[in-house]
Design a protein around this ligand. Structure first.
Ligand code: ZN
Length: 457
């Protein structure tokens, strides 16, 4: 697109983001027209038509749309996907350890949302029930854990309730699983759990410090229970195309999920070939950092592309080895995307210059839960037109006032929203997409702001 085209599109989008009642009425009327058009298309179910035109409510999913919900619980990552044929997936179900937040004081953890009356796993399941495809049993076809940290899979302590199965305790992903059935569970190390070291050994008492050992042990008990009862548990196969796939792939041939990296093994960009990027002998005991081993994938729908990389780092500390920069080789094979989920919650060791240059995201989403997120350098890089040209909009699910006070006005130049669930609604065939921010302080989850449509690359 030409510069003037970008400018015109940008000005148009800014106009649309103003809370004008007349504009809103026009949008509602347009949504109703679209809903009617969708309703007469052969692949579309009739049920969501009325809901799609309800003011203040996120248009209900209907066939052909691709929704990406970044769920705000204040306690870690959770992203819920409804794919064009209604196939569903959850990436991560975090519930950070309150003891960890105390250990890192004076850093501040966000308050639990919508409130502390329930655990994060409960609220994630409640959110999914609200936005799941209508007229079908509520289920998750896939649930994927990027890596074995509590802000991605849940913190287990001795006071957490037992599952009705009696086999594991409920927190994060295990709690979601007891509330909503999961078809296939995907993680980075199933079924052997022996890379880069024997994770079952690490899960034994004395293997990992604090709640990490108990949380990993509980997760492995959950995975074992599923395997024993014929419920799928698989490791993400790096380099594979469509290991995670639509139930009705033929109806949406331009929708694909590419596994980019898992456990330090990265796709080369050719066919499904991979290479070990993190040396096989890089770690030798349980006290290694899980982050560089995170699962990374992209989701493409026509021209639209989304990136999700767990907590992979990109900026090694001065005393860390070169392979702590996982973002650079990952970004080289991913290429340009429309929407990027920030790695590692936007912490200072991520979102390096290479991943920004190579992905050149128009929209960036931050799933954060702690006051040092984002790092100041991360904000400077995201705002830099020297790394890639054109406008960019950042949406975070939360923000500490101390963070904004420390980093200053540069944040306002790129952040369009500092709190709320962030929903990407991709139009049929992936030609364009919109961003909705939903209220995360109540369970109505009404629309607070709306941006776009953005044209896909
Ligand atoms: Zn994390």
């Amino acid at each position: 697109m030409s510069n003037s085209g970008v400018l015109a599109q940008n000005m148009w989008m800014q106009k649309r983001s103003l809370p004008q009642i007349g504009r809103w009425a026009a949008d509602v009327a347009r949504a109703a027209l679209i809903a009617v058009a969708v309703a007469v298309a052969p692949a579309a179910p009739a049920a969501p038509v009325l809901a799609a035109a309800t003011p203040g409510k996120l248009p209900a999913w209907s066939s052909g749309y691709f929704y990406i919900h970044h769920i705000s619980t204040g306690r870690g990552n959770a992203t819920y996907f409804v794919m064009p044929d209604g196939t569903t997936m959850l990436i991560d179900a975090g519930e950070a350890d309150p003891e960890f937040a105390k250990m890192v004081a004076p850093l501040k953890a966000f308050p639990p949302l919508p409130d502390g009356s329930h655990s994060a796993g409960y609220w994630i399941a409640d959110y999914i029930r609200q936005f799941a495809p209508a007229g079908r049993p509520v289920k998750l076809d896939y649930a994927l854990i990027t890596h074995f940290h509590t802000d991605h899979m849940g913190t287990v302590t001795a006071d957490k309730p037992m599952s009705r199965t009696g086999a594991y305790r409920l927190a994060g992903i295990t709690e979601v699983a007891d509330l909503i059935p999961i078809g296939t569970l995907v993680d980075r190390a199933a079924p052997t759990y022996d890379y880069p070291v024997d994770l079952r050994e690490c899960a034994r008492p004395g293997g990992l410090p604090g709640s990490n050992g108990m949380s990993l042990s509980n997760y492995l008990g959950f995975a074992d229970y599923r395997l024993k009862h014929g419920q799928a548990v698989v490791g993400l196969k790096p380099g594979a195309l469509d290991q995670i796939r639509l139930g009705k792939a033929g109806a949406f041939p331009t929708f694909h999920i590419r596994n980019v990296a898992s456990s330090g093994v990265i796709w080369t960009g050719a066919r499904d070939e991979t290479q070990y990027y993190i040396p096989k002998d890089a770690v030798s005991d349980c006290r290694f950092d899980e982050n560089p081993f995170s699962n990374v994938l992209t989701m493409a729908y026509g021209r639209f592309k989304y990136y999700s990389g767990g907590d992979i780092p990109g900026v090694p500390a001065y005393d860390q080895p070169w392979w702590r920069d996982v973002e650079t080789p990952v970004s080289a094979v991913v290429g340009p995307v429309d929407v990027m989920l920030l790695d590692h919650h936007g912490n200072r060791d991520t979102v390096n210059e290479n991943i920004l240059r190579n992905l050149a995201p128009r929209v960036l989403v931050q799933e954060n839960w702690l006051s040092p997120q984002p790092g100041e350098d991360v904000v400077n890089r995201m705002a830099s037109k020297g790394l890639y040209p054109g406008p960019r909009d950042v949406f975070s699910i939360g923000m500490a006032v101390e963070t904004r006070a420390a980093i200053g006005p540069i944040m306002d130049s790129i952040y369009k929203s500092y709190n709320g669930h962030v929903v990407i609604r991709v139009a049929p065939d992936g030609e364009s997409y919109e961003v909705y921010v939903l209220n995360d302080a109540n369970t109505r989850r009404e629309i607070v702001k709306r941006f776009g449509p953005y044209r896909s690359k």
